[in-house]
Design a protein around this ligand. Structure first.
Ligand SMILES: Cc1cc2nc3c(=O)[nH]c(=O)nc-3n(C[C@H](O)[C@H](O)[C@H](O)COP(=O)(O)O)c2cc1C
Length: 447
């Protein structure tokens, strides 16, 4: 700055000095306006086109000239007195002003800058974005997944996340198409988006961005600040509470209004929920029984199940015996089958009040499974907030023959992604312990 402004006196600035400070201030204002409103073409040498104007403003003009005026005069005083100083400002929406000042300041100090593009992210805000993305991957780690495999891998860049399917944690026998693994990743994606919303960040999601790399499931960009809705905070808190509660449901029936809002949560993620009528529950029971018989007679299936459940599983993953029932319960639709008894004593109650539903949609491909996972998360968080338990039952989806039987229960509405059991939570006894999670370094990469 020393070349721009020189001295201080106890009298008005000389005309030439005032002219130079004013020119500096107006240049900084010009650069600020460009950052706030324009995608490019900062010099306005040709008429602007609508697509060159930012659809979402970055920063706020109202606060900027004041910040720039202070910056210009402080610089003049610092240069005159040879002092070092730190200029602390807030709030963040004045960021374009500070970014603008780094340009003329750098030009005068180094005479070397050749950058022509306007910076589009405020410097101070960039750190907050990175922090919000780190919170998002932490929240995602709590997502439910098939056999608690956690088959996701995040690449955390400064301003965006990339979500990959980690094929080393998928089930080659039970899930050869990776549909339940991708569905699990969809649940993790939704958890991440809930966290960003609770951090007051607008997120732009591109699903399956690279056709040549099918394991690249999504890119999530965190951009402008948005108001934080109370529902976003509630959902974030619910992430910590949600878990699979396989205990028998209470005798209280679930009211229709609650089921309606759970179905709406699925619809908000472009997926639907079909609640089975009592007669259809018998068809589901017979399909589940059939699927479990086929799987338990398959040695490869049993070996895979043993790998992910019980005492010898990979640390930080899988289903511990403490959440598996000691013996099978006498229910119409058979409970989950883990191929061996667990350690949890479960009362022999009939699930007469349980509600069974099918998550479904129009397609049966990676994108549909990813969206189904997002819907599973939205449904589960909503159900938890309404005091309901959720148990996914995936055996009928894993076996092709029984998946077709479940599809028939939808009477042509679409393809089934997952069967869910809902019930009123047993609040009187202690629920199952939490399942473990992998440490962040196993699921999040920093390039
Ligand atoms: C796609 C998917 C399929 C699942 N299938 C079953 C199942 O068939 N039986 C079951 O008891 N739990 C099932 N679960 C629940 C997982 O076992 C559970 O989410 C995981 O062990 C993590 O535990 P948590 O939900 O308590 O955090 C499934 C979860 C997902 C996401």
């Amino acid at each position: 700055m020393s070349g721009l402004f020189s001295v201080t006196r106890a009298e008005p600035l000389a005309a030439d000095e005032l002219r130079r400070v004013d020119a500096y201030w107006r240049a900084a204002n010009y650069l600020s306006v460009g950052q706030i409103y324009l995608m490019g073409k900062p010099l306005l040498r040709e008429p602007l086109l609508p697509e060159q104007v930012k659809p979402r403003l970055l920063g706020h003009w109202g606060t900027t000239p004041g910040l720039n005026l202070i910056y210009a005069h402080l610089s003049r005083i610092i240069a005159a007195r040879g002092r070092e100083a730190i200029y602390v400002t807030g709030p963040g929406h004045g960021g374009p002003g500070l970014v603008a000042n780094t340009r003329p300041a750098r030009r005068s100090a180094q005479h070397s800058t050749r950058r022509t593009r306007m910076p589009s992210v405020q410097i101070a805000d960039a750190q907050a974005v990175t922090r919000a993305l780190a919170h998002a991957t932490t929240a995602a780690s709590h997502a439910p997944s098939i056999h608690n495999t956690q088959p996701w891998r995040w690449w955390a860049h400064g301003d965006h996340l990339e979500l990959f399917l980690d094929e080393s944690r998928t089930l080659a026998v039970a899930d050869p198409d990776r549909r339940l693994a991708i569905l699990s990743c969809g649940a993790a994606l939704h958890h991440a988006l809930v966290s960003l919303a609770a951090d007051g960040r607008h997120a732009t999601v591109t699903r399956l961005p690279d056709k040549a790399r099918p394991t690249h499931l999504a890119t999530v960009r965190a951009d402008a600040r948005i108001p934080v809705e109370a529902s976003a905070i509630r959902h974030l808190q619910t992430i910590a509470l949600r878990h699979t509660d396989r205990r028998p449901v209470q005798s209280t029936a679930i009211d229709a209004q609650k089921l309606g809002s759970i179905a709406a949560a699925a619809e908000s993620q472009n997926t639907s929920l079909h609640v089975l009528r009592p007669r259809q529950i018998f068809d589901l029971a017979s399909a589940t029984d059939h699927a479990q018989k086929i799987e338990s007679e398959d040695e490869a299936w049993q070996a895979e199940m043993d790998h992910w459940t019980g005492g010898d599983r990979i640390p930080g993953t899988g289903i511990p015996d403490t959440v598996v029932a000691r013996e099978a319960s006498q229910t119409t639709v058979p409970g989950p089958e883990f191929g061996h008894p667990g350690k949890t004593a479960i009362a022999d109650t009939h699930h007469r009040t349980a509600v069974f539903a099918i998550l479904y949609g129009p397609g049966d491909d990676d994108l549909d499974w990813l969206r189904a996972g997002e819907a599973l998360s939205a449904v589960w968080l909503k159900a938890t907030e309404l005091g309901l338990s959720v148990v996914p039952l995936s055996a009928t989806i894993e076996v092709t023959l029984t998946r077709e039987a479940v599809r028939q229960l939808l009477s042509g509405l679409g393809h089934p992604y997952l069967v869910l059991r809902f019930g009123v939570v047993d609040g009187a006894t202690v629920g199952p312990p939490r399942t473990p999670r992998l440490p962040a370094e196993r699921t999040v990469e920093q390039p």
